[in-house]
Structures are given as C-alpha cells and as structure tokens.
Design a protein around this ligand. Structure first.
Ligand SMILES: Nc1nc2c(c(=O)[nH]1)N[C@H]1C(S)=C(S)[C@@H](COP(=O)(O)OP(=O)(O)OC[C@H]3O[C@@H](n4cnc5c(N)ncnc54)[C@H](O)[C@@H]3O)O[C@H]1N2
Ligand code: MOO
Length: 406
C-alpha cells in the first residue's frame, strides 16, 4: 500500500464521524465538557438598574452646584432595595448591587459625601447614570451566549450559572481504550528485565485524551502473542470504547501483530502507512462503531500522531469544529535541509531575536525515540513533502505544542 498524505489520512479518519449523544450534567460536573446545544440566557442580568458602588442614590440634577445637602429618606442594601419614590432634594443610602430606587439616576460614592444624621452633603457633582448599571448591561433574556461545540471552562461555567442553568447539555465523553503492545515493555514503577524498557506512550496518550475531554480506559500492556492481543481487543469492545488506540506493533516487523489481530476482530481498514515523519506506520479503521487508531510504537511518533489525529477525532466525537492543522508561520533562526517525500514534524524551540521577533529553531537531533526533546519543544516545524532547503529567516509553518504553565 502506498503512503498517503497527512491530509488524506485525516480526511479518511474523520469521514462519517458524528458527535456522541448529549447528556445532562450538573454545573458542578460540567468543567471541561463540550456543549451539545446553544445556551440562551433565561434571564436578564442585571435584572434591574443596580448600583455599582457604596454611597447614595441621588438625582444628578440636585448636585449641580456642590456642596449640596440632601435628606436621606431610606436605605437600599443588596438583595432588598428601597420601595418608595425619591423626590428632588432626597437621597437613599445604597450599597453595591442594590436596585437603584425610583426617581434617582446616579450614585454619589460615599467618599464624596458627608453624612450628618438624616442628611448627606455631596462634595462633588455626579453625572446622570454615574455608577448605575442599567438592566441588561451584561446580557438579556433569550440571548445565545454560549454556542454548541464550546468547551466549558471557568469563564463559561460562571456565565452559564449567571444565565441560571443548573444543568448543561453536553456531549458524552469519548471513551478511549489504550493498549500498549510489546514483550519489551514493563509498566512505570517496575524493574525492567535485561532486555526491557519502561512503557511510556500509554501515559502520554491517556493524558492527551483527558485534555481533549475524553475518558481513558487502560488496557495495560499486551505481550507479542496473538491470543493476548485478541483478549485485549475484546476487552475494549466490552468496555464500550468509542475509540481503541493501540501502541506499537504497527510496522512491518515479524512481531508486529497488531494489524492481523485487529483484522481478525473484523476491523475495516481506513488506511495504513502515511507520508509523515514521525508516524509512518500509522493505521486507522473501525470495528463496527468502535474507531481504531494504531499508533506507531516510537514514543515521539505515538504522541505527535495523537496530537495530529487523535485530537481531531476526539473533537469530532465531541461536536467541536476542527482546529486548523496549519495556520501560523514563523521565521527560522537557522537553515534547514531539503525534505524527502514524508511530511516532517520537527521538534523546535521558540525564542525572540534582538528586535523581539519570535523565531523558531528546530533541534539538531530528531530521532523519534527521544521523548526529552519532545518535552523541551515549544512547537513543531512542519516541512511539507519535497520542501527545498531553507536559509535562516525563511518562514515555516509551525504547530504550537500545548504547554502547562511553569
Ligand atoms: N523495516 C522497517 N522497519 C521500521 C519501519 C519501516 O518502515 N520498515 N518503520 C519504522 C518506523 S518509522 C517506526 S515509527 C517504527 C514503529 O514501529 P511499530 O509501530 O511496529 O512499533 P514497535 O516496533 O512496537 O516499537 C518501536 C519502538 O518503540 C518502542 N515502544 C513501543 N511501544 C512503546 C510504549 N508503549 N512505550 C514506550 N516505548 C514503546 C519499542 O520498544 C521500540 O523501541 O518502526 C520502524 N521500523
Ligand atoms: O515514523 Mo517513525 O514514527 O519515523 O519513527
């Protein structure tokens, strides 16, 4: 089978993918979830003209020539309000958030007022509307403020609460079963045998699944035996996985048994082997409605392919619009050589030159086993197939890597 392009592979992977059904969750459980329908305000906020300051509700015209003394006829704390009408020469003691009483049109802040028993003297003028939040300043009932496909974060959560939604319609979280394969692998925290290494890919992929809003299902490490693989593939189906991610065993070696096992379980192959580095042996298909993504075993390959393929698949399952793969370009700080037929994703550092212009430096060594350089990288430089050599200063497409603070 010939190598297919990254774009073609993405298209085949996402073909026919529909968003998972909606479910209702309490606001307290909604952080990180993706809205399944548009959300409109059920109320107007603020519902009444409200004071933005502690002070006195006044008629601005009364204070045209300070100092002006007014009679304090009542009090309006937040949550209560003053029910009477305020006439000329009168004021109401008011606190932040309280409804502005009838007849008043501005707030005199208490720092500019002198209280003396039943009277208050304004030391400054105020303009009409000063420190008054008109009704609906924030939003009006019926306004759609959050769209389907929006990922709920701390800001959206507070807004949904203010709109008086106690439960939110969100897409069910994609369930992603993750299966590491290979006799050479032992779990982190155990002592490897003489020819073994620590399995790392499942941990990174599971974290990415969580970051994308999915639930990882850990299927452990299957040794290179067909029965062991068959057993774990069956376990993925029993766990109702929406996606099965296999790690390793995707290439052409005698011990790369994954594709055979998946084929035996009824997988319809969408593609195998793509024109990408790292990630050549990537494979995709489906067993009934369970998607299958066969990631290459090399650690950097599996994580870069997760970013480029698993992330958009998760977005599609969550009803989110696909993020553009390429968009930004930056100047190279150093020259790069010509590329071959595989689209290359080079781990790179972002820095600023003397003029403060951001620039990108690909690391000199790009072996797909080197996880340390992936963790150090700020971005991936994308080199299209057959790209010519480029000198320092040439602009190249980049993909910023998600980074935790710190
Ligand atoms: N003759 C050829 N050999 C290889 C080709 C090829 O086209 N012809 N492709 C190479 C490329 S490119 C890649 S990428 C690798 C991927 O092969 P597999 O997907 O079959 O991966 P494995 O052989 O199982 O493992 C490769 C490498 O990664 C380590 N590994 C595997 N799983 C994990 C894990 N969960 N955590 C950490 N490390 C893992 C494994 O020990 C190997 O070192 O094939 C090339 N070969
Ligand atoms: O494609 Mo492999 O992922 O070059 O190492």
């Amino acid at each position: 089978m010939a190598l297919i392009s990254v774009d073609e592979a993405l298209e085949r992977l996402l073909q026919g993918t529909v968003a998972l059904p909606a479910e209702g969750v309490d606001l307290t459980e909604a952080n990180g979830r993706v809205l399944a329908s548009d959300l409109a305000a059920t109320r107007t906020q603020p519902p009444f003209p409200a004071s933005a300051m502690d002070g006195y509700a006044v008629r601005a015209a009364d204070l045209a020539h300070p100092p002006a003394t007014l009679t304090v006829i009542g009090e309006a704390p937040a949550g209560h309000g003053y029910s009477g009408k305020v006439l000329t020469g009168e004021a109401v003691r008011i606190f932040t958030g309280a409804p502005v009483p009838d007849g008043t049109d501005a707030i005199l802040i208490q720092e500019n007022a002198q209280r003396d028993g039943d009277t208050v003297t304004a030391l400054e003028t105020v303009s009409k509307g000063q420190f008054v939040r008109p009704a609906g300043l924030d939003f009006h009932a019926g306004e759609v403020l959050l769209r389907a496909g929006t990922r709920i974060g701390f800001r959206e959560l507070a807004l949904a609460a203010a709109m008086n939604h106690a439960r939110l319609p969100v897409h069910r979280r994609p369930r992603v079963a993750i299966l590491a394969t290979g006799d050479e692998l032992v779990p982190p925290g155990t002592e490897p045998g003489p020819n073994q290494i620590i399995a790392s890919n499942h941990a990174g992929v599971a974290a990415l699944v969580e970051d994308c809003g999915g639930t990882p299902i850990h299927l452990g490490i299957a040794p290179d035996r067909p029965e062991a693989l068959n057993e774990r593939i069956a376990a993925a189906r029993e766990a109702n996985a929406d996606v099965l991610v296999t790690l390793g065993g995707a290439s052409v070696g005698d011990h790369d048994l994954v594709q055979d096992a998946l084929g035996g379980a009824g997988m319809a192959l969408a593609f195998w082997r793509i024109a990408m580095r790292p990630g050549k042996p990537l494979m995709a298909g489906h067993i009934d409605d369970m998607r299958v993504l066969g990631l290459p075993g090399n650690p950097v390959s599996s994580l870069v392919c997760s970013l480029l393929f698993l992330r958009p698949l998760m977005d599609a399952l969550l009803g989110r619009p696909p993020a553009p793969r390429v968009g930004e370009t930056l100047p190279l700080a150093v020259g790069v050589g010509a590329n071959d037929q595989r689209e290359d994703y080079l781990r790179a550092a972002l820095t600023h030159d003397a003029e403060g212009v951001e620039q990108v430096t690909p690391f000199p060594r790009q072996d797909s086993s080197m996880l340390a350089t992936l963790a150090q990288a700020d971005a991936l430089v994308i080199r299209p197939p057959h790209a010519p050599p480029l000198a320092a200063g040439a602009r190249v497409p980049i993909l910023r890597l998600p980074r935790s603070r710190g």
